[in-house]
Design a protein around this ligand. Structure first.
Ligand code: C5P
Length: 296
């Protein structure tokens, strides 16, 4: 069995105050993107994982292994094994949700492989226990995320739109970006909680989808990321200059994305950016309307 695990970008990411559990309250619009990790599994034996990216741990700290163990634990299924192989296309530490998508893929595929038949609520709970944005990948397409990002509401899809992704040649740790944001806000004379935090995400999305107006979309992590890693600011500016209707850092970085009106413009921009930023990986693809997809 195999499962295709897409990447995501945040078309909008508003960060509210820090909660008692240390996480930040957030209001975001997730969008699945056509860049896919592939996870394959055969039933039987022990639980094991191999991966084509030597930089990635395949041990119990890998999110795929954690998802598998959480599923075994929840369903008292410790005797069920699987030999898994993960082929990575989504860079780790890129803010594109690769690890989270793989975890969601593992939950859905192993449930089927082991014939566990979890309820939607059980799957959502397991996903939330693994990471803030794992739950999004159960649905994919276009969805809003609230709470610490784990409360997902699927929305009408923005469709398959051309998008350019730029992967910086270094990862950025999400926890570090949130730490810097918290430090910056606590040092400020007044609360920097953006006044637009309690934004009406539905209204924002209606603007994006119906009016094609990306003006109100923003990423509250950007200021910290662009200050700390200025190369991302350059890449983002070039995307805008190349005609992107929306150019933002994805999540906490280190990837930057640009949405385009036309396929031709997106490919031209990707070609130009690949020349200007030879150390970056630049990909032109499309947004997609699905989440993780199991194939027989
Ligand atoms: O939940 P996840 O593992 O994706 O989060 C990674 C890190 O990002 C957390 O440990 C936390 O420091 C930070 N974070 C946060 N508020 C959120 C989501 C993540 O502070 N809503």
């Amino acid at each position: 069995m195999r499962v295709l695990c897409p990447a995501k970008v945040n078309l909008h990411l508003a960060i509210g105050p820090r909660r008692e559990d240390g996480y930040h309250q957030l209001a975001t619009v997730f969008q699945a993107v056509g860049l896919w990790d592939i996870l394959e599994a055969e039933p039987g034996g022990a639980l094991e994982l191999r991966c084509d990216d030597p930089a990635l741990s395949c041990g119990d700290d890998n999110l795929v292994m954690r998802a598998a163990r959480a599923l075994q634990h929840r369903f008292d299924a410790g005797s069920l094994g699987a030999r898994m192989v993960l082929r990575k296309a989504i860079p780790a530490g890129g803010g594109l949700g690769g690890g989270s998508s793989d975890a969601a893929g593992a939950l859905v595929m192993l449930s089927r492989l082991w014939e566990l038949d979890p309820s939607t609520e059980q799957l959502e709970d397991l996903a939330a226990s693994l990471g803030s944005d794992v739950g999004f990948f159960l649905y994919g397409g276009t969805a809003t995320g609230t709470g610490r990002g784990e409360k997902i509401t699927p929305m009408p899809s923005i469709g398959e739109r051309p998008i350019v992704l730029g992967f910086a040649p270094f990862p950025i740790a999400t926890a570090e970006v949130y730490r810097r944001l918290a430090a910056r806000r606590s040092g400020a004379p007044t609360s920097l909680t953006p006044p637009g935090f309690s934004v009406n995400l539905q209204g924002l999305l209606a603007k994006l989808v119906r009016e094609n107006d990306f003006g109100p979309a923003r990423n509250d992590l950007e200021e910290v990321v662009l200050d700390g890693w200025p190369e991302l600011a350059e890449f983002r500016r070039e995307l805008s200059e190349a005609g992107a209707v929306l150019a933002l850092v994805s999540g906490s970085g280190s990837s930057v994305f640009g949405l385009f009106e036309g396929e031709g413009d997106a490919h031209a921009a990707a070609g130009e950016l690949a020349k200007r930023f030879p150390r970056w990986r630049t990909v032109a693809t499309r947004t997609v309307a699905s989440g993780v997809r199991v194939e027989p």
